[in-house]
Structures are given as structure tokens and as C-alpha cells.
Design a protein around this ligand. Sequence first.
Ligand code: NIG
Ligand code: FE
Length: 420
Amino acid sequence: MKATLVIENIQNLITLKGENKPRIGEKQKEIGLIENGIVAVKDNEIIYVGEGELPENIEVDKYTVIISGKGKTVTPGFIDSHTHLVHGGSRENELSMKLEGKAYLDILKAGGGIHSTTKATTEASFDELYKKAEKSLNTMLSLGITTVESKSGYGIGNFDTEIKQLEVARKLNENHVVDIISTFLGAHAIPQEYKEDTDKFVDILIKNMIPEIADKKLAKFCDVFCEEGVFTINQSRKILNTAKKYGLMPKIHADEIVSLGGAELAAEVGCISADHLIGASDTGMKDMAKKGVIAVLLPGTSFNLQKGTAANARKMIGLNVPVAISTDYNPGSCPSENLQLMMTLAALTLKMTPEEIITGVTMNAAASLGIEDKVGSLEAGKKADISMFDIPNLAYLVYHFGINHTDTVIKNGDVVYKKS
Ligand code: NIG
Ligand code: FE
């Protein structure tokens, strides 16, 4: 078999080899490290991963792209499994409010926060949203990210805006090299006009919006912001069970600010992931472990909310809950696309080890999007999404923070980013 691309002499090759399923407990640390590694690719597929030289049945010729991995660390392409990628405007005006001590939920209650981004997103044209999200995707790619989940959620009752966001994500997925997987987050805040009758809005979501999103095949997942003053446990249950009926897999923003029982609900409903979990209870974590719900932790958000609290990753890993790490990139609670920075925050604020963290942005992130059979590890047969970093070892990436360590990114077998 002829290779189209080979990366050779890789100082640290992190393969994540093993079963295509979420890694839990001690297994979250097993990263399949190969020193002096080599990877061969044919077209968009990995055909060999090993140590030293290529075996005899794999040939190279003058057309084969040969890349030196000397002094480099190579990993599966990173997966950012929780973002609010497509939105209009920005909210730097909230910084001074935050510094004066105003809480995130109070800003939201006063009609700011998510509501102000809703206005900006509704006013923005399709092209404006496309260009802004494309710029973020380029940044993400340069950081080693090859797959991104993208939520709607800035329509808040304006269904056209929700659809516009999802259509922007769909077009970006067609045109941009980064893969995008969409989530319908129609339940992101209560529209001002339904403040006094929130169930009425839930009814509209259930009867009109979810069926239409499913019918138009605009999303794979359905998410809900289950939070005090937003959607209650009962309302979230109704929304997610309806989503399931229509073939949208459930996800949940759970226990982000107030401890409401979102983790327990995620297990009860059978969510593929529960995200945030800053205030998750012990029972909720145990329920998640039992049902295999993946915890998508977002340390950039807990850092940026500045409440001095963060998800209890150590307890979750101890209880065999699979943990993924994502940016939550959005204009309010985490205005940063930098997953490498989140990896540092996962170490410093969640006390996760570099090995657990790399699993959290590869295999466990893939599993939280239901794509673990195709990506998330480097093994023969998997998609050739590969990131290469200019670092002597994995810990260095987490330790030397605030800069971009990416050297080269390979997507579908092609070099799509090279550090200049
Ligand atoms: O994950 N909590 C709800 N959604 C986002 C924030 C969205 C925003 O503030 O615009 C989050 O934190
Ligand atoms: Fe979020």
C-alpha cells in the first residue's frame, strides 16, 4: 500500500489507542505514548501507527509528503465538543459590570447577557455571522482543533434566528476544513415576552421548533440551559425527552451556576453528555457514571465567571465518570477559542493531569459527540486528523501557557495549517 503522507521520527506520539469508547477512571490516563513514533496516511485515512520504521508493506514514493516529527509531540486532532460558535456581536461591556461584582444571572435577568447577543445575532446577516464564525474556526484550526460542536441558542423565541445560526454552521461545515457538528439550543433563555408564562414557551419548543429542526436535519443534538431563572428540571426533562423522540440526542447545560439536579436529570434522560457541572451533586455524578454520561467540563467558564468554584473533576474521575474538556467558546461566559488555554486551566483549576486532559480533548470529546469510531485516536482505519505541537513532551503544552504551541495540523490527510 502506498502512503500519501508520513510523519516520521516523532519524539512523542500520543495515540490514545484502545477501544473506541470513553475512557474512565485510571484509563483516562492511558494515552498510548510511543517514543520515536511513525504515522502513515493514505488519502484521508491512517494506515499505520507504530515505532521506528514503516513495515515493508507500506511504500513511499516521490509524491509522498514526508514530515519530520523530530522534537515534536503528535496527537489526534483536538475536538472542541462544546461551543456557541455562531453568534453576532461581543459583550466586552459586561467586563466592568463583572468587576463591580454584578453576577452573570443578574445581568441576564436585567435583559443583558444572552439577550444582548440574541439581539446582535438577530440583526446580523447570514454573511456577517458566517464571516465571524469562519474567523473563529481559523483560530481554532491554528490551535490544533479539527472538529467543533456548534450550538444555536441566540434566537430566544425568534425561530428564524435559530435556523439562520444552524444554516451558517451547515454551510461552514461544507466549506471549511474543520468538521462542525450542530446542536439545537432553542432552550437557552426565556424570551422576555414569556417571562410570566414560561411553560408556554416550552410548549412552542416542543410542538413547533424541535419537530422542524429534526425534519430539516439541522442538528444532531438538542441542548437545554437548565438553570435557576432559565429552564427548570421539569421543563428541561420535557424538552430533552421530546428531542429524543424526534431523533435528536440530548445534551444539557447542567448545574453551571446553581446546583439544581441537572446531573441527575442527564442520567435519567440518557444524555450523551452533561456539560459544566460546577455544582453537580455526588448523587448526580454517581448517576452519570452508572449511565455512562460524559462530563464535558469547561474550566474557562468557571474561571471567567470568577465565583471561585469549579467542577469537581477529581471526584468525577474517581467515580468513573468520563471527562471531556472544551472551551464553551461564547461571547459571555467564555469569550475564548483557545482550547490549549483551557487545558492549562483544567490542570490548574480542576487538578487534572496532562494525560487525563489530552484524553479529554480527544477520545472522550469524540465520544461526547458520538464520533469515537472515526476520530479521537490515531490508529489504522481512523480518519487522518492529526495535530503536531512544537513541545518536547505533553506536560509542556499544559505548563507553558498562553501561547499557541501548534506546529502543523493535518485534516483528512492534508496539511491544512503550518506555523509560519
Ligand atoms: O455555556 N450558560 C449558557 N450558555 C453559555 C453562555 C452563553 C452566553 O453568555 O452568551 C454557557 O455558559
Ligand atoms: Fe455553553
